[in-house]
Design a protein around this ligand. Structure first.
Ligand SMILES: Nc1ncnc2c1ncn2[C@@H]1O[C@H](COP(=O)(O)OP(=O)(O)O)[C@@H](O)[C@H]1O
Ligand SMILES: [Mg+2]
Length: 356
């Protein structure tokens, strides 16, 4: 096992105008599950491939377990990878596919058999060991790829959107299983996804990337609860964080006529953007500082009901219990949980002093 130290990585592809990674630094602890999360094209795969040695950086350094690996070929880094596509050998049985890395490392046959049996059991592949990949479902093929990756005792496990080719239900089940397996084996893992739910559910920490940079690095709940900027808040969460523009005056943040909340003490006067999650807003009565809103859309989702409402011409999402009866066109009074109001610079989108 090993930690990964990434320093100032810059990579521009030939013909590329913008660098795919712009001076990225990141430290992954020994045994940590690090998720790289971001929209398509933000540089996640490029960063992962540089860790793997499949791409070389223009500048910067990568060390694994304290050893510089920046320019070493992939096979000298003792890592294993799982890709989005099921990279399994079609003409080898599941057993040989899983054991492939051990064979190339010239492990004795009986030891290979033992390790393959262990990995197959962990990934529920034992009944399929003698099948060929063509005789497996997509989900099972991806299990083979994961089994092959974990069987070799690599220092580092790298995964690039391993669940994204699976259908929704399979993805959900496999996600929980993958979490259990990686926790069990304890290998340092870097996991790439554009799916924020996957990132929150799997990561010890999440590095949210935007256009070749890390916009925020933190524990999943930290990133969810206190987005560093409006990009992160708008990317994470379903629905994403609400943003509402207002003006700070006389100790209040004013959104419009009769719609204001108390301003935290340290906020400067002038324009401001607040961020608040749908579940931090409730419909209330008989409490001070309520914000009037007109209900636009009511969406019952089963466990909760999602409302789209208008506050002074700005749209926001509010999550209420399914028992709450509201109709489109109705005016409601909203309570913004004061501890959940985040403040952003409306020009730059960067977080201001936290409200706590
Ligand atoms: N082989 C390549 N040649 C040229 N440009 C590339 C290549 N691979 C990726 N890029 C570009 O680099 C940027 C980052 O891509 P990538 O790392 O694949 O992002 P992600 O995995 O987050 O979707 C994108 O603008 C993409 O078009
Ligand atoms: Mg990618």
């Amino acid at each position: 096992m090993a930690d990964i130290s990434i320093r100032n990585l810059v990579k521009t592809y030939p013909g590329g105008t913008e660098p795919a990674t712009k001076n990225i630094s990141l430290h992954v602890e020994d045994g940590e599950f690090m998720v790289l999360l971001g929209p398509s094209g933000c540089g996640k795969t490029t960063l992962l491939r540089m860790i793997a040695g499949l791409e070389l950086p223009d500048a910067g350094a990568i060390a694994i377990g304290g050893r510089d690996m920046t320019y070493l070929p992939p096979n000298r880094r003792n890592l294993s990878m799982v890709f989005q596509s099921y990279a399994v050998f079609p003409h080898r049985r599941v057993r040989q596919n899983i054991g492939f890395g051990l064979m190339t490392r010239k492990m004795p046959k009986d030891e290979i058999a033992k390790k393959v049996a262990w990995a197959a059991e962990l990934l529920q592949l034992t009944p399929y060991l003698d099948r060929y990949p063509a005789q497996l479902s997509g989900g099972q093929r991806q299990r083979v790829a994961v089994a092959r990756a974990i069987v070799v005792d690599a220092d580092v496990l790298l995964m690039d959107e391993p669940l994204s080719n699976l259908d929704a239900l399979l993805r959900l089940n496999f996600r929980a299983e993958l979490k259990k397996i990686v926790e069990h084996i304890g290998t340092t893992t870097v996991y790439v996804t554009h799916d924020q739910v996957e990132a929150l559910s799997l990561g010890d920490r999440v590095a949210v990337m935007e256009a070749g940079k890390i916009a925020q690095l933190g524990h999943p709940m930290e990133v969810y609860d206190r987005p560093a900027d409006t990009f992160v808040g708008g990317f994470i969460g379903s629905p994403p964080m609400n943003f509402l523009d207002g003006q700070v005056a006389d100790d209040r943040i004013i959104f419009g006529e009769g719609a204001s909340i108390p301003a935290p003490a340290a906020v400067p006067r002038g324009p401001i953007r607040i961020g608040i999650r749908a579940e931090a807003i409730s419909i209330a009565a008989n409490t001070p500082d309520l914000v009037p809103a007109v209900v636009d859309v009511v969406e019952p989702l089963g466990a909760a009901t999602l409302l789209t409402v208008k506050v002074a011409d700005q749209s926001l999402k509010v999550q209420v219990p399914p028992s709450q009866r509201v109709s489109p066109g109705e005016t409601v009074l909203l309570h913004f949980a004061p501890d959940s109001v985040r403040l952003y610079d409306p020009q730059t989108g960067l977080g201001l002093v936290t409200s706590q």
